[in-house]
Design a binder for this molecule. Sequence first.
Ligand code: UT7
Length: 342
Amino acid sequence: MTQPERTGKRRAKITGTGMCVPDRVVTNHDLAKLMDTSDEWIRQRSGIVERRFIEPGQMPADLARVASERALDAAGLEASELDCIVLATLSAQAEFPGTSFFLHEALAAETIPCFDLRAQCSGFGYSLGIARSFVESGQFQRVLVVGCEVHSTGIDLSDAGRDVAVLFGDGAGAVVVEANEDDADPSAILEVRLHAEGAHARRLWIEAPGSGFTPVRISHDLIEERRHFPHMEGRFVFKHAVKRMPEVLLETLHAASLKLEDVEIFLFHQANLRINEYVVQQLEIPPERCANNIERYGNCSAASIPILLDEVVRAGRLERGQVIAMTTFGSGFTWSSIVARY
Ligand code: UT7
């Protein structure tokens, strides 16, 4: 073990994981019936084969609730034992107060604090970093961290939006972060590194509804101009993702006094399988050490990493005491990496 671990100090560990995706499977062929695209184009460019979309009436907090209950169950906790809920999303259930409050209601979480965190596809990394600080500082003992997205109701499923619409899916993932004061237990979130570069905020964004760029938040004109749909400069984003993810991963490992070889499993944001293949190749990571599920779920933004983490844990690919690295990149731009001893 190269990392001395910070014994004697209050540490934060992940004690439970959970996920939930809607039952409705939408294949590339299904999308090709709605817009000018093809299964071949989507697979070749992104690796995606299918994604999940909610059914009418299903809400973000419904997915978040199931994912949270599974994480709580895995941690052996009741919602009433939580001290705080942090929920990362870019597709809030309501413009305000967001999604976390509806999850709070669904979990009957009494009067504990909750809030939505907006760091888009890096939202889970940012939220986990904050949960760790809450726990390490002693402010909270048990924090529920959730990534939750419903993209399907907000993407442009016409030819005009095909570059973005084919990439996204709905889902939620959750983890419970708890204090670990047992020196004999090595499990801990070891290091967290968060970054942003606002100069590129307009390269991947939804402009409306918003309070700044238009005279009113939403209008018929804005809708006709399709400015309420996400817009992305795909190639520009791709180039930054393949630069920033390796950079922040190495920075975080260095801070944890760990090497790439010490990591049992790498999770990268699920935006594009080609991005992750490129990063793995660049860093000479054996491909079997990198888990992906984008082919089944598409890009679930803040939910991608916690969904993948839950799958990895439940498949037995990660055991207690092993090191996991989780790395994100997304709109903002934002990027982050978290290295944890599970
Ligand atoms: O989650 C946040 C982070 N997001 C990302 O990291 C995404 C990063 N970007 C990407 O993953 C890739 O840029 C995309 C998958 C979005 C696009 O792949 P690309 O190889 O960069 O394609 P492109 O945008 O350069 O478009 C190539 C062609 C264009 O046609 P022309 O101009 O060559 O005739 C597009 O109009 O592909 C066309 N195209 C499509 N064709 C069929 C764009 N979208 C589609 C589509 N189906 N859905």
